[in-house]
Design a protein around this ligand. Structure first.
Ligand SMILES: NC(=O)c1ccc[n+]([C@@H]2O[C@H](COP(=O)([O-])OP(=O)(O)OC[C@H]3O[C@@H](n4cnc5c(N)ncnc54)[C@H](OP(=O)(O)O)[C@@H]3O)[C@@H](O)[C@H]2O)c1
Length: 288
């Protein structure tokens, strides 16, 4: 069987059309929402920032960057976020990884102002998601679900297996799947016999950051596989799923070309939400 390839491109086009409609509806005196990106000196982060800039320019959304580096300790990071929280010209804030050495993910969760938290990293947004009442969800996992929805792939009642439990991808993804009535199994490095679990998946989501971790014999025939992993090898992007999985799966969102571009479009959607331009349930149709 040759898997249907779930390309992110048509999903991005449809999200862009929706974003443009929403922007066209805003009052003439309202300027475009503005995203401030905290940008480390790191090639992956800078490539991601360029991709955001490109999409935001197309959408005529405002975008600016603030450079961050390891000289920024936690107290100076807190001052920076407080200044951005008070700045009325800033709609959303995105802190790209890697964070400065003195700032943990936990500190970011505590310090990020929830009303400007475009990627759902703050304790408040994470907590809302955990109790099944999300307002802003991290863009990567939400993008994965929007991609499935775009291709008409059912989530409710199916067994979803997620490899990865980080607060950025795996964990919020599992919670979003649960909110959509999937039965969810979460795997991590201490999971014994990973393949035994992945073979039970109707829907397999992979966010481990381990190139080609998932091989064809780890996938049930006909399963849907969504790859989030991004590694760079010999200057090329490489995912967590071996491309040969396409011979077993019924559908595959590959790397590159699957979830990556959707993440950036969802970031723009999240920004509209922070700007008060989207209705309460726009991003979570059917959420409890
Ligand atoms: N598509 C996008 O837009 C997008 C956005 C963000 C990130 N990503 C990519 O997604 C991947 C994951 O990112 P992240 O920030 O979640 O990474 P992370 O913080 O390093 O988390 C990786 C997770 O995978 C688990 N894991 C690693 N190796 C494993 C193995 N062999 N078996 C089972 N579980 C394993 C880890 O388990 P433990 O918890 O036990 O350590 C951890 O929970 C990376 O490649 C990243 O570049 C893509």
């Amino acid at each position: 069987m040759a898997a249907r390839i779930l390309s992110g491109r048509p999903v991005v086009e449809s999200l862009h059309a929706r974003i443009q409609q929403v922007l066209a509806r805003r009052a003439p005196h309202q300027g475009p929402p503005t995203l401030t990106v905290l940008l480390p000196n790191d090639p992956s982060a800078q490539a991601y920032a360029r991709a955001i800039r490109k999409q935001f320019t197309t959408l005529r959304l405002d975008y600016c960057t603030v450079d961050i580096d390891d000289t920024l300790d936690e107290s100076r990071f807190a001052i920076l976020l407080k200044r951005l929280a008070e700045d009325e010209s800033v709609t959303g804030i995105l802190a790209l990884q890697p964070l400065p050495k003195g700032v943990s993910r936990r500190s970011l969760a505590r310090l990020m102002p929830p009303t400007k938290d475009v990627d759902g990293v703050s304790f408040e947004q994470q907590g809302r998601l955990a109790i099944g009442s999300p307002w802003i969800a991290p863009s990567t996992p939400l993008g994965g679900l929007i991609l499935l929805q775009h291709y008409g792939i059912e989530v409710a009642g199916r067994h979803a297996v997620v490899i990865g439990r980080s607060p950025v991808v795996g964990r919020p993804l599992a919670l979003l799947l649960l909110a959509r009535d999937a039965t969810v199994t979460i795997c991590h490095r201490r999971t014994p016999d990973l393949a035994k679990l992945t073979r039970q998946a109707d829907l397999l989501f992979v966010a481990a950051g381990q190139p080609h971790l998932v091989k064809p014999d780890m996938v049930a025939p006909g399963a849907v596989v969504i790859d989030f992993g991004v590694s760079v090898r010999d200057g090329r992007l490489i995912g967590d799923v071996d491309p040969a999985v396409a011979e077993v799966a019924s559908a595959l969102a590959p790397v590159p070309g699957g979830t990556g571009p959707v993440t950036t479009a969802v970031l723009a959607l999240n920004l509209l939400r922070l700007a008060g331009l989207l209705e309460e349930n726009d991003l979570f149709p059917g959420a409890p």
